[in-house]
Ligand binder design. Sequence first.
Ligand SMILES: [Zn+2]
Ligand SMILES: [Zn+2]
Length: 277
Amino acid sequence: MATSVFEVDCHVHAGAERRGVALQQFEAALRERGIRCAGLVDHAEFYIADKPRPFVEALRGAGCPYAENADGFVAFCGDVRALRASSDLRLACGLESEFIDRTPQDLLGPPDFVAHCFKVRGDGKDFGVEAAERIRRFAAWVRPSGKPAVVHHPFRCRVLAYRELLARGEAPAPERFITPDDVRRIADAVGEAGLFIEVNLSTVHSIGDSPEALALYVHAVRLLIAEGPRLTLGSDAHGTAGLALTAGMRRAVSETGLTPAHLQAACDRLFGGTCAA
Ligand SMILES: [Zn+2]
Ligand SMILES: [Zn+2]
């Protein structure tokens, strides 16, 4: 078992967004950070024909090493597997899809795992109900592939919405904005489908300027851990600079009570064994 949760990072963007940096350089940066198990992912939307426009514009011409089609994604997964064969790190390749309705099933074949880029804010609706509905749709979509599947950053958009309310002086108490019922519904949807769900470090980074929003995030993750779903931990780094751990991230994770034991199932399923040396 890992001795620190930070030895595991299941969400590192290392495909189209590598921007010309060799995967070997990426591996060196992971090792320097003390990571032993890394999930290297790329956005499905980069490789599909029916692309959400702004997304592609942001990546195009930025030194992307892969073709913008299914062959490009096959090449990315091949590069990760080639590196894995010669690396002392445990590596897995993953597909992260936001627009699951536009992502063809054949993109689910190449990766070791599939993740959902979860963007539910819960505006004007019951957050827990909408989130659980969304998770069940993802579960149904990924199930035929038989791949391990992860819900990425489940509270990110909800916490960002809270920060907007804070700025307007309209925020309710944290425990009323993400409730135990909300989190139970999310954990139930994840548990019944055998999914994993992420504790996401970039969420901490995005709201680091707001102690109240950070308190909401820690509160939500504590509730999630108490519900007992299988967890991953992810930096959501886009590029090697995003791998750096800030004091705020370390503090937030320690306040949630996350331990290596919570990540053991993910280490077993995604990386085929323990994340120990
Ligand atoms: Zn995402
Ligand atoms: Zn991501």
